[in-house]
Design a protein around this ligand. Structure first.
Ligand SMILES: *Cc1c(COP(=O)(O)O)cnc(C)c1O
Length: 339
């Protein structure tokens, strides 16, 4: 199968902009930093999941589903964009909030993505756990059983690794876009820096590049798991993605590069480096980053520049995957004196 053989619903505004970040470049005094603006994919405030969802909704519609179910963190961008896509494409949507990030203020549970979910009119469920992906998926299966009992046709967007990495296909296509934009602008990219959570964005990009014969390195900044666990996940999901596209074995363990240098204290929790990166982007480029993914990713890029891993003469492409609505769920952490 090639990419064109997979059913696809058009949701994302592409190609997204590909631009230099001259002021961040100057302030770092090291690599030349460019940005791929996937926060501008257009669907309900944008983000990487618009590309993933084109293939999930493609499959859901091909299977005649009428209800899409998904699980994630309370401030998950994936839930918000799924609810938006379902509204746009005329399907019902049920989302499940996991209790993944503890000790958050009321705003985390009411503002940002939570507010937007309310506007899209999806049905909301809660799940007490947040660490166990398998258990969250099982709870989703139970909800799907209820949809079926009521005469509906559910389609589940699974979280755990037991299911094919369909969402990665969106980034196989984004890799082509990146290579085309680099060629059009005469830019020789030396490194792509991208967040690595479920890893499908990271994996899709990596597989897409290798399928097109590019050896460009892709560095995943860990946002959920330590680098040992994440490297295993990336390799496994990359193998599966390559297999979906009929090219098993094109990803080698040498292709897998992840760093957990800015992960602590854990998923969805802000640290000093992330706040510094968010303020740098806002104050030098007028660019918004989120505390969970894109802020941590720029923080990782900065940290690895400072320790010499990223070389000063490189052209580095920072992939901005969106997440901006979550800023409003983190108000008191980012601006402690503002309220
Ligand atoms: C989900 C998400 C990510 C992580 O992508 P994965 O494919 O799960 O690794 C990064 N950035 C934003 C804004 C996201 O919503």
């Amino acid at each position: 199968m090639t990419l064109a053989d997979f059913p696809r619903a058009r949701l994302a505004h592409t190609p997204t902009p590909f631009e230099p970040l001259p002021n961040i470049t100057r302030q770092l005094g090291g690599p030349r930093v460019l940005i791929k603006r996937d926060d501008c994919t257009g669907l309900a405030m944008g983000g990487n999941k618009a590309r993933h969802l084109e293939f999930y909704f493609g499959e859901a519609i091909a299977k005649n589903a009428d209800t899409v179910l998904i699980t994630g963190a309370v401030q998950s961008n994936f839930l918000r964009m799924t609810a938006a896509a379902a509204a746009k494409l005329g399907l019902r949507c049920e989302i499940q909030y996991e209790d993944r990030v503890s000790n958050m203020k009321a705003e985390y549970h009411s503002s940002g993505n939570v507010l937007l979910n309310h506007l899209f009119g999806c049905k909301i469920h809660t799940f007490p756990g947040g660490k166990d992906e398998q258990a969250a998926d099982t709870a989703l299966e139970d909800l799907a059983d209820r949809v079926r009992a009521d005469g509906g046709k559910p389609y589940i967007i699974h979280l755990s690794q037991q299911h094919p990495p369909i969402g990665a296909l969106g980034y196989v296509d984004a890799a082509r876009e990146i290579l085309e934009q680099a060629a059009q602008t005469g830019t020789e990219i030396d490194l792509v820096v991208i967040p690595s959570g479920s890893a499908l964005t990271h994996v899709g990009t990596l597989v897409g590049l290798r399928l097109l014969g590019s050896t460009l390195p892709v560095l995943g900044i860990c946002v959920r798991r330590d680098q040992k666990q994440q490297a295993e996940r990336v390799l496994r999901r990359a193998d599966e993605t390559a297999e979906l596209l009929g090219k098993p074995g094109i990803i080698k363990s040498d292709d897998v590069w992840v760093s957990d240098c800015v992960l602590a204290p854990g998923y969805g929790q802000v640290n000093e480096q992330t706040t510094e990166a968010i303020l740098l982007a806002a104050r030098s480029e007028g660019l918004l980053l989120d505390p969970v993914y894109s802020g941590k990713t720029l923080a990782g890029l900065i940290s690895l520049t400072r320790d010499g891993t990223i070389k000063p003469d490189w052209n580095v492409l920072f992939v901005h995957t969106g997440g901006i609505p979550a800023l409003f769920g983190y108000q008191s952490l980012l601006a402690p004196n503002s309220s």
